[in-house]
Design a protein around this ligand. Structure first.
Ligand SMILES: Cc1cc2nc3c(=O)[nH]c(=O)nc-3n(C[C@H](O)[C@H](O)[C@H](O)COP(=O)(O)OP(=O)(O)OC[C@H]3O[C@@H](n4cnc5c(N)ncnc54)[C@H](O)[C@@H]3O)c2cc1C
Length: 390
């Protein structure tokens, strides 16, 4: 990405330093900058970069992008999604959906970071940040990259460094990771590799004993394949390629080879939660909590909380903040949905329950309406979007 700031040119003092330029960090930087705060957005990777993700933007995520005035930037890289197909072995059911889009994370994250910069934030890529000290009077952030290092000062740090982030110290901030959690993997597959298994404009989900795999076709025709896998099962079958291939029945030998040899990249264990606030620090996005990707709403929450946190950042910078306000807001918004995602993810561990759900989807309109809400989030109004089995 051109015109990015480097450590040597960064000012020493900021109102807010946002760490991580995923959807949560860019939305937070946008939200702070448009409130007139002096914001620095730090990202350790050089963009564009691959990110383990299914690349599906829900209607709720689109609503946040609309509120950020970022629709045009995103839509030019996206393709609309018109159906969701759930398969387990050779049983399957489809429901029509609308309002969601598929996009490569390389394009989405780069556009959102550029949007934050266009809105007034300063961007620095290839810069890793760690929290050196924080208190009610602000924080010190150690930054390093390009062989240089410096300590910057800010009234507030917003931690948006995702599942694998390294910004916060372990002490006092260690996440609680659920013992039986799955981990995530993703790879980009060539356009012509799995035609029947990844139709156009469709979220194609394959569930099995060892996890589930979601596939969507991206704007360039390639396939974004992303899965949540059971660690023991994955080890037993020799790695993520074998585990993913086991989820799709009737693969041709060359299709199996594509999956087994794809460049799968992984995440740490997914289901986790941690403290979302401390003196001088607020946490957003996956850095705060994550369950599993089946309901396709990680980016929705990252964007929503990123946009919302700006108001709390402004209060902190103006001296009118009551400690604990962000944590209360986060709990109110996120915990009920977290419970719903957890229930779905536990249900998916039983192949019999998944086959039962597929039968319900094929035969009952009520089940399809419930599925639409689980897949599309509470924002996917079922009455507006009729559903029928295929
Ligand atoms: C298998 C899988 C499939 C998924 N599919 C979907 C889907 O289809 N739809 C959906 O909405 N969500 C999906 N998700 C979830 C989604 O990817 C995340 O919820 C979303 O990326 C969270 O955004 P974020 O901004 O919080 O974190 P991230 O996108 O992870 O961004 C964090 C950023 O912080 C940077 N960073 C980390 N540490 C530092 C540091 N110390 N200094 C500076 N920068 C740092 C990282 O480089 C990264 O760019 C999926 C997740 C998985 C695992």
């Amino acid at each position: 990405m051109s015109e990015q700031s480097s450590i040597s040119t960064l000012a020493e003092s900021w109102d807010v330093i946002v760490v991580g330029a995923g959807p949560a960090g860019s939305a937070a930087a946008y939200s702070c900058a448009t409130r007139g705060l002096r914001v620095l957005l730090l990202e350790k990777a050089l963009f564009p970069r691959f990110k383990v993700c299914g690349g599906c933007l829900s209607p709720g995520a689109m609503e946040s992008l609309y509120r950020m005035n970022a629709m045009d930037r995103v839509l030019k890289h996206s393709i609309p999604l018109s159906s969701f197909r759930l398969s387990a072995g050779s049983c399957s059911a489809s429901i029509p959906i609308s309002g969601g889009f598929a996009i490569a994370r390389e394009a989405l994250d780069q556009e959102l970071a550029l949007h934050a910069r266009a809105s007034g934030a300063t961007l620095a890529f290839g810069v890793s940040a760690t929290l050196e000290r924080s208190g009610s009077d602000g924080c010190l952030v150690r930054v390093s990259g390009e062989g240089r290092a410096a300590t910057l000062r800010a009234g507030l740090a917003i931690c948006a460094d995702g599942l694998s982030g390294s910004f916060l110290p372990q002490e006092g901030w260690e996440p609680v990771v659920t013992r039986n959690s799955r981990f995530g993997v993703a790879a980009r597959l060539p356009a012509a590799s799995l035609n029947g298994a990844a139709p156009d404009n469709c979220i194609s989900m394959h569930s099995g004993a060892g996890g589930y795999l979601g596939m969507v076709r991206l704007a360039d025709g390639s396939i974004d394949a992303a899965a949540a896998l059971d660690p023991a099962f994955t080890k037993q079958v020799g790695g993520p390629g074998g585990a993913v291939a086991s989820l799709i029945p009737h693969l041709l030998p060359e299709e199996r080879r594509v999956l087994e040899t794809a460049a799968w990249r992984g995440t740490p264990k997914l289901t986790r939660i941690r403290r979302v606030e401390g003196p001088g620090v607020l946490v957003v996005g996956d850095a705060a909590a994550y369950v599993e990707p089946f309901t396709g709403e990680g980016m929705t929450w990252a964007l929503r909380h990123g946009l919302r946190v700006g108001e709390f950042a402004a209060r902190i910078c103006e001296g009118g903040y009551q400690a604990g306000a962000w944590a209360s807001e986060w709990k109110r918004a996120a915990l009920p949905r977290r419970l719903a995602c957890r229930t779905v993810s536990l249900g998916l561990r039983s192949p019999r329950a998944v086959r039962g759900a597929i039968a319900l989807l094929r035969h009952f309109a009520g089940a399809r309406a419930v599925a639409r809400r689980l897949v599309g989030g509470p924002w996917a109004g079922s009455s507006r979007l009729g559903a029928s089995a295929a």
